[in-house]
Design a protein around this ligand. Structure first.
Ligand code: 16G
Length: 245
């Protein structure tokens, strides 16, 4: 923000130049969703602009929806995440969910291999002591925006080789006749730790959702145990409720 780097004497009103500079910082990912802007007076000192100019720039950014002002706690970079309404009553895959919304889903691989199961995996997948698991961990993106981190574990009887999954896990399961028909899902609120926040491209401490899904075949066999972290600023879960009889 040092003024000599960007402030042009003939570049128009100073608050407009500062607004442009700050919004470029957001576009370039230097200021991530949920991160707080320094206090007005600090920005004024660094930029050598008056507080009035800084306030005008911040107000303009708030009007643009680029930042959000919160009474008493300052200004924060607004979320740029697509808003996803996700049904809690249909068992669908990430790829299906995104393509139904006309978005292009993709994955960045974080881990893919065959391992000795952890005690949690033995329990969740009802494994025998000598079993092994295929693990696939992916950062899931929609239209190139990171949405969720998903770590799936499957018995090697279900998925012998994790390299079989190129795009959609559920497609691979479908092809082997092992597409799950039922799942139990647990959702809890978290604050994103630094590593996960970085992967999801938001500021550490932002709200996230931890989702655990265990899915089953019609005959009751477990197919997958998936632990995921979803962006809290992107997902809205929707369920239809009926009066209990
Ligand atoms: C969903 C599931 C996940 C599953 C994945 C397969 C949750 C909340 N959802 O994201 O368990 O492994 O779909 O997606 O965990 P894919 O077929 O696109 O790979």
């Amino acid at each position: 923000l040092t003024p000599e780097k960007w402030l042009q004497p003939d570049g128009g009103p100073r608050y407009v130049q500062l607004r442009k500079r700050l919004s470029e910082g957001v576009d370039q990912g230097l200021l991530k969703a949920g991160s707080s802007l320094p206090p007005e007076r600090e920005i004024a000192t660094i930029t050598e602009l008056s507080r009035v100019t800084v306030r005008k720039a911040i107000q303009a950014l708030a009007e643009d929806g680029i930042i959000v002002q919160k009474q008493g706690s300052g200004s924060f970079v607004a979320s740029d995440a697509p808003q996803i309404e996700q049904s809690l009553s249909r068992l669908t895959s990430f790829s299906e969910d995104m393509s139904r919304r006309g978005m292009v889903s993709s994955s960045v691989w974080l881990e893919r291999g065959v391992f000795m199961p952890s005690p949690d995996e033995v329990l969740a997948l009802a494994l025998t002591p000598d079993a092994s698991v295929s693990r696939i961990a992916r950062l899931r993106t929609a239209d190139d925006k990171p949405m969720a981190i998903e770590r799936a574990s499957l018995s090697t009887e279900v998925l012998p080789n994790p390299l079989m999954v190129e795009t959609s896990l559920y497609d691979v399961l479908e092809q082997s006749g092992l597409r799950p028909v039922r799942a139990l899902q647990k959702i809890s609120a978290i604050n994103l730790e630094e590593e996960n926040a970085n992967l999801l491209d938001v500021a550490p401490g932002m709200a996230g959702l931890r989702i655990e899904r265990t899915s089953y075949l019609a005959d009751g066999r477990v197919v997958e145990f998936t632990q995921s972290i979803y962006r809290g600023d992107a997902y809205n879960f929707v369920a239809e409720l009926r009066l209990a009889k």
